[in-house]
Design a binder for this molecule. Structure first.
Ligand SMILES: [Zn+2]
Length: 237
């Protein structure tokens, strides 16, 4: 019997306690606790995911606060992983949450993701994304990719060796030195990632597998673009 806090989702036709059970057994790792990670971790906490591992290397800075909704002014100077763990635990005490202050590299990434069901990319740079991409392909671990800048963003779900990996689609850092972002863009992209995560673990609906959802807030347009595996891909061929 689940607590009342999940009542409104359990009554969705086709959802039920069985689906809530799937959520409560699922484990995810959230890579990056910035604008995307704040939203993804908050909504997965509210939805009742079983276990979340939260990875971030940084402290909270004032310039984060337009979008990183997990943090308050008084958190400036504190480690994001520590603050996030504390806040999310107070939101939902039933969830097992582990916040780790780690800088992702090509050796520690394997241990960080190996024992969870799903990897969620909430990173802020493509250099680290490509390290993670190689590891998820090697371990055949599904990953939800999200990225955003300014007023636009994108999401896709990678099922290694079935769908394109990140390297099939992107050669390098698509954003250059651009660090611009309006908080609502990170919110929208983060929420789509969280939705994909819920769909993945509950097996409800159709994933963005082999499809890149591209968001343009200026014209309020969502476009779905078919993406294909690169037979020459250096990572997943
Ligand atoms: Zn590839």
């Amino acid at each position: 019997m689940f607590p009342k806090r999940y009542e409104r989702q359990i009554i969705i036709p086709g959802f039920g306690e069985k689906t809530q059970e799937k959520l409560s057994r699922a484990s995810v790792v959230i890579l990056g606790l910035g604008g995307l990670g704040s939203v993804v971790s908050t909504y997965l906490t509210a939805a009742g995911i079983g276990y979340m591992r939260l990875i971030d290397r940084d402290k909270v800075e004032e310039s984060n606060l337009n979008r990183q909704i997990l943090y308050d002014e008084k958190d400036i100077g504190e480690w994001k992983a520590k603050i996030a763990e504390k806040k999310l635990k107070s939101m939902n005490s039933r969830i097992e949450i582990e916040g780790l202050r780690e800088e992702i590299n090509d050796s520690n990434i394997y241990d960080l993701i190996d024992d969870v069901n799903l990897v969620i990319d909430c990173l802020d740079n493509f250099e680290t994304r490509f390290i993670v991409n190689k590891a998820v392909v090697d371990l055949e671990k599904p990953m939800i990719h999200g990225a955003c800048r300014g007023f636009s963003g994108q999401v896709t779900t990678i099922i290694p060796r079935k769908t394109p990996c990140l390297k099939c689609v992107f050669r390098g850092n698509i954003y250059g030195k651009d660090k611009s972002i309006i908080g609502t863009t990170a919110g929208v992209i983060g929420l789509i990632e969280a939705t994909e995560a819920i769909k993945y673990v509950t097996k409800i609906g159709n994933l963005l597998a082999g499809t890149m959802l591209v968001y343009d807030a200026r014209d309020l347009v969502f476009e779905k673009i078919e993406i294909e595996r690169d037979p020459e891909c250096e990572v997943c061929r």
